[in-house]
Ligand binder design. Structure first.
Ligand SMILES: [Zn+2]
Ligand SMILES: [Zn+2]
Length: 408
């Protein structure tokens, strides 16, 4: 489900329309670019059609992302796309149905009028229920579960009370009778929420140049001083990055996270240990014995099966790339998966790389990582027909899968 949002440009006040996963807003009127940032969740309201009423907003959890399960002897995954009520109150619908698709949502701001009901259910229970597999595939012990690349937000449905009845303020239709003497809707109101939404101007903190990115980018780059930035805690933080120069012309650079880490809970202290433990059909080189472990992950959203496969192949390949920092004039594919999400994929990469799942899956709960260094690496790909081919490793990615990933 795709959701459209509308917001006024913080500079000129013109309405800007965008999608829920967009973070970089460029105003088509004044051309000013801002990065959107919230402390916890993005909160939206569905615009009501009941002017003059006292509006009460009911919260819905909005989750869109990939859920991975290590269960029994298998690694399963699925893409989950839900909106589900965040409180139990008789008569309030479980789901928003098609409403969010049919209308443009607005951000909740400090001056949004109305009262907001508290989100009282557990988000993780709602998502776990939605991501549950059918009986056949979900037998065996659940060893590990991970959510990767998710968009998690809260959508508020407007309601109002009239003569003991609760009305849906979008459709102006009664949805429930409020019981006399029982819990009133007023007791569930969240008093004084201080939800803030910030817009950060996208100027390079080092040189003041305009940072570059696409609407769904989570990392912005500076073409002037060759730096990369991730919005974190309300400001831009510098990210370590390299680019691997192309051998040919017209290459497209796809971003990957390379995470150097120590592994706790099992005996893997070097790349050689990793090759032995996972039982790769590969002759171990002497220098691998002293080489630390690095996990690779796509830094862009893509279907779970391809995400796992790319992570695994780049981690096992362990190509020694020649790197540089010049990005000017290079065609960089946007980073749409933050580094914190890539970190959550490390256990899955380890499990996916291990040929005998029986030896690895039961160990999952006690495996941990000590992250030493995270680097963003842009690898050159050549376009050929329907495929993109990595110039050094010959790893291929289907172009349609890349395009589809931007809708995840
Ligand atoms: Zn503007
Ligand atoms: Zn700069």
């Amino acid at each position: 489900m795709e959701i459209q949002v509308e917001h006024e440009c913080p500079q000129c006040g013109a309405p800007i329309q965008f999608e829920e996963t967009d973070r970089l807003l460029r105003c088509p009127y004044c051309d000013v670019q801002n990065f959107l940032f919230v402390r916890d969740y993005f909160r939206y309201v569905l615009p009501h059609k009941a002017p003059g009423r006292e509006i009460i907003y009911a919260p819905y959890l909005r989750f869109k992302g990939s859920v991975y399960y290590c269960q029994g002897m298998n690694i399963n995954y699925r893409v989950v796309d839900i909106t589900n009520t965040g409180l139990f109150f008789k008569g309030i619908p479980d789901s928003l149905g098609l409403r969010p698709q049919a209308m443009k949502m607005k951000f909740v701001e400090p001056d949004t009028e109305g009262s907001f009901l508290r989100f009282t259910l557990q988000a993780k229970d709602i998502i776990a229920r939605a991501g549950r597999f059918s009986e056949e595939s979900s037998c065996g012990t659940l060893y590990h579960r991970a959510y990767i690349g998710e968009t998690l937000s809260i959508i508020y449905l407007p309601l109002y009370e009239e003569k003991g009845r609760l009305f849906d303020a979008v459709l102006n239709r009664p949805i429930a009778n409020l019981s006399k003497g029982g819990d009133t809707i007023g007791s569930a109101v969240n008093k004084n929420p201080r939800w803030m939404l910030s817009f950060i101007p996208t100027l390079c903190p080092v040189c003041g140049w305009n940072l570059k990115g696409e609407r769904d980018s989570v990392i912005l780059t500076c073409d002037n001083c060759y730096t990369a930035w991730e919005a974190h805690g309300g400001k831009f933080e510098q990210v370590r990055f390299f680019l691997v120069p192309a051998q040919g012309k017209n290459s497209i650079y796809l971003p990957f996270w390379k995470i150097s880490a120590g592994i706790k809970g099992i005996e893997i202290n070097s790349f050689a240990d990793f090759i032995r433990f996972t039982n790769q059909p590969k002759a171990i080189k002497k220098e691998w014995e002293t080489m630390g472990m690095s996990f690779w992950s796509p830094a862009f959203k893509i279907r779970p099966k391809i995400f796992l496969n790319l992570s695994k192949r780049l981690t096992i390949t362990r190509e020694q790339f020649h790197t540089e920092k010049t990005i000017k004039g290079k065609c960089l594919y946007p980073v749409t998966l933050p580094q914190a999400e890539a970190v959550q994929g490390m256990k899955l990469t380890l499990a996916g790389s291990t040929l005998n799942k029986k030896t690895i899956l039961p160990l999952m709960p006690r495996i941990g990582f000590e992250i030493k260094k995270t680097t963003l690496v842009y690898l050159p790909f050549q376009e050929t027909g329907q495929e993109m081919i990595q110039e050094h490793t010959k790893i291929t990615i289907n172009k349609n899968s890349l395009a589809f990933g931007r809708k995840l």
